[in-house]
Design a protein around this ligand. Structure first.
Ligand code: SF4
Length: 255
């Protein structure tokens, strides 16, 4: 009766299996590192090109998505794509893999800080925790203490989110100052780069914390942009990152 109840976690479950899977980090600072991915549901943004829209684009949502025009595309039934699991259940899924690097991703995982903090405590000190966030939410101090690395990926105008929603100055400043944070920006065209340069200046983001990644869901489309982007990185002192998953697996999820 007096048992302390733990928070449950909403985990993305697009094929009736919770998305906790063992793969390699395909982007950014730890590119190539074997990692266990825990994909949470829920997002506070609604990027028009989001490739994990099953974490938020549910029936009744009024947000636009590029796939809306696709024949047969329907917004998701929340009951079919979200699994509500206990912290212990998620920890057990993580422990089945021979790896100690966990990537908390989404959706926007920072929307479930309480549950994720419990998960990190449950898994213990020997695990390394990396979190992929859209950078709009300031972490609670307790949560921050447990995280080893933030991969903040602020969204630009091309995401179709209103500026007020996507650009949160307090949060951007937090990540710009945190020694644990790096920033990753997806660049499709020169206009995106202009925005990144303006953000870097406005929030004093050191160039060595910035990773630029070409937009693209095929090897050919990545190839087109990467030479240009490498030159941009050389000029500004940014890092270049490719998208290993696209190069290895193509546009496939859960790998
Ligand atoms: S912030 Fe990420 S998960 Fe959320 S809508 Fe944008 S791309 Fe999708």
């Amino acid at each position: 009766m007096h048992q302390h109840r733990k928070t449950s976690l909403k985990i993305a479950s697009p094929d009736a299996h919770p998305e906790v899977f063992y793969s390699i980090q395909g982007e950014g600072k730890n590119l190539g590192q074997p990692s266990i991915f825990v994909r949470t549901s829920l997002c506070n943004l609604h990027c028009i090109w989001c490739d994990t829209d099953y974490t938020w684009n549910w029936k009744g949502a009024r947000f636009a998505h590029v796939r809306d025009a696709e024949p047969g595309y329907e917004k998701y039934d929340i009951k079919e794509v979200v699994a509500e699991l206990s912290v212990e259940e998620v920890a057990a899924l993580v422990r089945q893999y021979p790896c100690r690097n966990v990537v908390l991703t989404g959706g926007e995982p920072m929307m479930q800080q309480e549950g994720l903090l419990q998960l990190m405590n449950e898994l213990g000190e020997e695990y390394w925790f990396e979190i992929e966030t859209n950078g709009t939410i300031v972490p609670d101090p307790e949560f921050d203490a447990r995280i080893n690395q933030y991969n903040a990926s602020p969204k630009l105008a091309n995401s179709n989110n209103p500026k007020k929603l996507r650009e949160k100055p307090r949060a951007y400043r937090f990540f710009a100052r945190s020694p644990k944070a790096v920033f990753k920006f997806v660049i499709a065209e020169p206009q995106d780069l202009e925005e990144v340069l303006a953000l870097a200046e406005r929030y004093a983001i050191p160039p060595e914390k910035i990773y630029l990644m070409p937009e693209g869901t095929s090897g050919a489309s990545l190839e087109e942009k990467q030479k240009w982007l490498v030159e941009v990185c050389k000029k500004h002192g940014f890092h270049f990152t490719s998208r290993l998953h696209i190069l290895i697996y193509g546009n496939k999820r859960g790998v």
